[in-house]
Design a protein around this ligand. Sequence first.
Ligand code: BG6
Length: 606
Amino acid sequence: MCGIVGFAGTREAAPVLIDGLRRLEYRGYDSAGVAVSDGAAINVAKVKGYVKNLSDMTHDGADIRGRIGVGHTRWATHGAPNDVNAHPHMSSDGRFAVVHNGIIENYALLRQELTKNGYTFASDTDTEVVAHLLEMYYDGDARRAVMKAASRLEGSYSLGVICADGRLFAVREQSPLILGLGVGENYFASDVAALVPHTKNVIYLDDGEFAELTPDAITVYDVRGRAVEKPVSKVAWDVEAAEKGGYEHFMLKEIMEQPACFKATVEPRIKDGRIEFENFDLTDEELHDINRIIITACGSAGYAGQVGRYVIEELCRVPVSVELASELRYRNPIIDRHTLLVVISQSGETADTIAALRECKARGARVLAIVNVVGSTIAKLADHVIYTWAGPEIAVATTKGYTTQAAVLDMLAIWLADRLGLMEKERYDALVEALHAMPGQIQRAIDLNRGIHRLAKKLCKYNDIYFIGRNLDYAVCMEGALKLKEISYIFAEAYAAGELKHGTIALVEQGSLVVTLACYEPLFDKTMSNIEEVKARGAEVLAVALEGNRKILSKADDVIFVPRTDPLFNPIAQIVPLQLFAYYVAKERGCDIDKPKNLAKSVTVE
Ligand code: BG6
């Protein structure tokens, strides 16, 4: 995934573009570049590495003059990260420069055609074909050239195109692109985080649409080139929300924001003690028509789905399965109109998740999306949407995205069980009460573990770690293990505690660290036995247990305590200290916490 920005105004463009790229750097950071027009020619600066390299190279943009421009920060898909493959890419005649987020799936054929027509390529990227298509189709009308070039592309792309004469275009197809309306200047970006320092008035482009931006106006066109009216939305958060707020890393800030984000996600959906969703409802007939639920997502979103599966099955008695989107999309799945597909995605742009959604929708599934980004592709494709209101999540490793996804799944389970007539009023009221209490419980989970950095210091030397648990604890193990892997690069594996003895325990020995989640009380004694099993083989055990549990102290070498909540919601309290543990272990190991190697915030390519 990459980040693109565009600017049309009366002040110098490059400094504005570079600042915008800094705010999008979580989307990709292996190279960066800008192209600006002074009305006669295009000036380009691009370089491998972070946006900082681009800024240093151009004295923060002061060296390249022009009041209209485009910028790009890259996460490589085609062509290694280097100066040549960095965007923007130029047409041979110097008339056009283009930046791109997504994948042009037919680029090889287009490259062959263009080469045959005498065009020469400087880079290994798919994007460069766009620059030469623009030149090939240009006959004096830049807008028509943009339309014709875009009509030849297959795949997902958001494009920023600048012309030497100063015209600026934005094109969207299955990759996010938002327009910002300023005063005497206008903008576009892959994410509102780059727009909010300038404006909160935005237009979400839809697939197939493109726009021309001048300092005074934005005109949006449909795929056939007809001007269309688009609603102007107001961004609900401000620039501070996308800043670090005094924390050393976005990840720590976002961990600490979780009580507030949980509250922001849940409270607006509880009115007079009843759960109701602003964008989602089903008739009784539609409800009773559902005979199974499939949850699909990638990464941590899928692990939030694992928690949701236990809760929904427990309360609703409907079969629920959790499917990796990258597998579901190719599995020729058995889906029909009786399937409710719950699609979970923080960004709403993950390619595998989008593809799985399309596949299942085409087979008749009803689709409910749980996403954090308004106007995202998944939000638009789904039949129903329940937003998590976590605000912008910048750190690559999700934290508040995960816990607010789990919050929505908990509410969904209660709502569904009630609608299916499976929940007594007392139980419903108790669960709603527990939801109200959760922000405080999350805060207590933080407060109980203010010294967790000392534990991280002690345990950061381990190079392979097992997370074991049963039932809901096992679901939390998956996310706990991934957090550690993502940011500290320690090999960590989540394992069902009852399954360990069937093979993997062969690996457990002196020097192994086993993180044992022991909060699911119905199986506590079984989990205690598992602790004894691994201790007998020399492992060190870090347990996660409910506050006040004294028995655990007799078995575990170290214990992380979490507050007692309704058992079904305990995963949300449990994951918070595990996020902090991963954060401080990564810190001890000197890792780049907000931008872990090889990762991107949302993988919008296969
Ligand atoms: C990964 C992110 O690239 O994609 C994870 O690093 C995330 O944090 C996963 O869980 C899915 O992304 P999304 O945006 O669909 O939730």
